[in-house]
Design a protein around this ligand. Structure first.
Ligand SMILES: O=C(O)[C@H](O)[C@@H](O)[C@H](O)[C@H](O)COP(=O)(O)O
Length: 242
């Protein structure tokens, strides 16, 4: 696992954008496509905007396939939709072919949408266990990532799949990759900036193992995958070891 700590959020975003481009080039070179699962929330917005501007001509976007590590159970036209955020900040500015984007079909209802997404992944990965070239993750100040929230049943799901569940903390259904599905990726990148995340970062990286309290501890490097953190000094501020 590698910690990349920068002075400012802009430097964090620039570094992750470059990492995205490098992994895209490697994957396209190796197997002709780049499959990436995006994170929701607000942190990735500026990353998307950077990719859509500075990297417009530096990545073979027609060979990139987009998925979502989690989604809120809202219409895809709802301002809370992770898909809609990515559409506005990345897909539309780059003119991404909609057939290269896999929204969670929330119009089916959360349970059916999760089942359908799991089936979509099996199909996309030709019946093999889904192994994304890159999964981008955020970190909530309560130590959740994707929609793996504290004290929820999905934390104990050892299937590499997509699950739907009601999250009391946010009073809504969420659809989420399980930890094994995330951990099966070749590259996992946490994008975390701001002092508000410092406590959660310390819990994940330095405190005792307690996945019920700190679900992002579930995200680990596996044999052929690498895990990197892209943080600013604010988010890393409570770490003893940097
Ligand atoms: O759907 C979501 O909300 C995200 O996938 C979630 O896991 C997010 O990454 C964290 O909550 C951090 O969100 P911010 O980037 O807005 O702080």
């Amino acid at each position: 696992m590698k910690l990349n700590v920068f002075n400012t959020a802009d430097e964090v975003l620039a570094s992750l954008a470059e990492f995205f481009a490098e992994k895209a080039a490697e994957a396209i070179e190796k197997h002709g496509r780049f499959a990436v699962a995006l994170s929701g929330g607000s942190s990735p917005k500026k990353l998307h905007e950077l990719l859509a501007s500075e990297y417009r001509d530096k990545i073979e976007w027609e060979k990139v396939w987009f998925f979502f590590g989690d989604e809120r159970d809202v219409p895809l036209t709802d301002s809370q939709s992770n898909y809609l955020m990515a559409k506005h900040t990345l897909f539309d500015p780059l003119g991404i072919d909609p057939s290269h984007v896999f929204p969670v079909q929330t119009e089916l209802g959360a349970d059916e949408a999760a089942k359908q997404y799991t089936a979509n992944l099996i199909d996309f990965f030709d019946g093999q266990s889904a192994s994304f070239d890159l999964i981008i993750l955020g970190l909530g100040d309560n130590s959740h990532t994707a929609s793996l929230f504290p004290h929820t049943s999905v934390l104990h799901d050892d299937s590499a799949s997509v699950q739907a569940l009601y999250i009391d903390e946010v009073k809504m259904n969420r659809i989420t990759f399980t930890a094994p599905l995330i951990n099966n990726a070749h590259h996992i990148a946490f994008l975390v900036y701001g002092e508000g995340k410092a406590e959660a970062v310390k819990h994940i990286l330095e405190d005792e193992q307690d996945i019920e309290l700190y679900p992002a501890q579930l995200i680990v490097e596996t044999n052929d995958g690498d895990l990197q953190w892209f943080m600013d000094e604010g988010a890393a501020g409570k770490l003893e070891k940097k």
